[in-house]
Unconditional design. Structure first.
Length: 90
């Protein structure tokens, strides 16, 4: 496993040490878990941002769904005659 050095602010180091002790884990484990979660959160945020940009571009190009059709579709959820999702206008 690769080794990387980081400089932590004293209060961060103390918080990591306290958390590691309370979890009965090493500081390395706590830092690795925190970085793993942070990286995944950032990846998802970037993915959502790209989806937002793609959706805005689609709307600007007229690829939209009529609001009344969406409302009808949502009202039909859970009903025996549930409607299919409305198609995007092209």
């Amino acid at each position: 496993m690769p080794i990387t050095s980081v400089r932590l602010q004293p209060e961060v180091d103390q918080a990591v040490a306290e958390l590691a002790e309370s979890l009965r884990r090493s500081k390395s484990w706590v830092i690795n878990e925190a970085l793993t979660e942070y990286i995944e959160r950032q990846r998802l945020e970037q993915q959502r941002w790209q989806e937002t940009l793609d959706s805005m571009a689609a709307a600007a190009n007229g690829k939209v769904v009529d609001g009344d059709e969406v409302a009808d579709w949502l009202r039909s959820w859970g009903q025996a005659d549930e409607l299919p999702a409305p198609d995007m206008e092209r």
